[in-house]
Design a protein around this ligand. Structure first.
Ligand SMILES: C[S@@+](CC[C@H](N)C(=O)[O-])C[C@H]1O[C@@H](n2cnc3c(N)ncnc32)[C@H](O)[C@@H]1O
Length: 279
């Protein structure tokens, strides 16, 4: 899932990070910063969240929506699936156990190394793990039946419209593209899990990304914001149909927080949006 988004109390920061700002950041700086951050954080991230995600499990969001119950991708057996921003490939592995052929793609070599470690541990693995940027997919047109991303590349790129176009290009007609991101409304709030995170402080309409940077102004972590309408427009402009936007409610029996996603906030403000699209 995302780690910071609108935080002023950032958690794991790349050494040298001294500032949090909102400023425009282009594609190259964004990808470079996030690759370095995820390479730096991969092992700790998996140590902290791995048991919640499960080595073989498809969890869409901190609210715990499980693809085994939600079925947002539809039937997966026999389908060729691309997981964008796969991290340690927990979702890819679950899809393999359901009969899919899966390619996991991620920009971070350290996250892919975590994926290979879990492959060894579980004996279940994707057919390929590919290091690449979600906005430039190294695949032939119409080479996948389905694509998915659980908080994968979409929040971490400057040009998410390009990700939509790229996914639309590699999907076969009729194929689904389902991706989860931080719910856009969360960008109005500080990333605090407690009551201070319930006070709207930032304009929803401020599209400048959340940026951690060093003293030289070099980005060390970047998350990009889109409003709900922006996301819909990017999906439609890519030639995809939007079937649903799932806004998971916080389950009554779920008491585990994930950074800013806490039971307190989750019962009041949606924390995740899952977009279900079709080519
Ligand atoms: C929050 S994790 C999501 C993975 C997994 N679903 C999970 O919940 O742990 C975000 C992943 O997106 C990857 N990522 C960030 N920027 C990316 C980009 N431009 N292209 C592809 N993957 C990217 C990161 O390396 C990281 O593994």
């Amino acid at each position: 899932m995302g780690e910071h988004s609108t935080s002023s109390a950032y958690q794991a920061s790349l050494p040298g990070t001294t500032q949090v700002v909102r400023r425009p950041v282009g594609s190259a700086e964004t990808v470079g910063a996030n690759r370095r951050w995820w390479d730096f954080a991969a092992a700790d991230y998996q140590a902290e969240h791995g048991d919640f995600l499960r080595d073989v499990g498809f969890i869409w969001c901190p609210e715990g929506v499980d693809e085994a119950d939600a079925g947002l991708l539809g039937p997966v057996a026999g389908r060729r699936v691309l997981e964008v921003g796969c991290g340690a490939a927990q979702c890819a592995r679950w899809l393999v156990t359901r009969g899919a052929e899966v390619v996991g793609l991620d920009v971070s070599q350290a996250q892919l190394a975590e994926a290979r470690r879990l492959d060894e541990r579980t004996g279940v693995k994707a057919s390929a793990l590919v290091a690449a940027d979600a906005a430039a997919l190294p695949f032939a047109p119409e080479s996948f039946d389905l694509a998915c991303s659980a908080f994968g590349g979409v929040p971490f790129v400057a040009d998410s419209a390009a990700v939509m176009r790229e996914v639309a290009r590699v999907l076969r007609p009729g194929g689904r593209w389902v991706f989860s991101v931080t719910h856009p409304i969360r960008w109005c709030f500080t990333d605090a899990p407690g009551p201070e995170g319930l006070v709207a402080r930032q304009p929803y309409f401020d599209r400048r990304p959340y940026v951690e940077q060093d003293d030289g102004g070099r980005a060390t972590y970047v998350e990009h914001h889109r409003t709900l309408g922006d996301r819909v427009r990017e999906i439609v402009a890519a030639g995809l149909s939007l079937l649903d936007i799932v806004e998971p409610e916080w389950p009554a029996d779920h008491d585990r927080a994930w950074g800013q996603w806490s039971p307190l906030r989750g019962r009041i403000i949606p924390g995740t949006a899952i977009f279900v699209c079709e080519k």
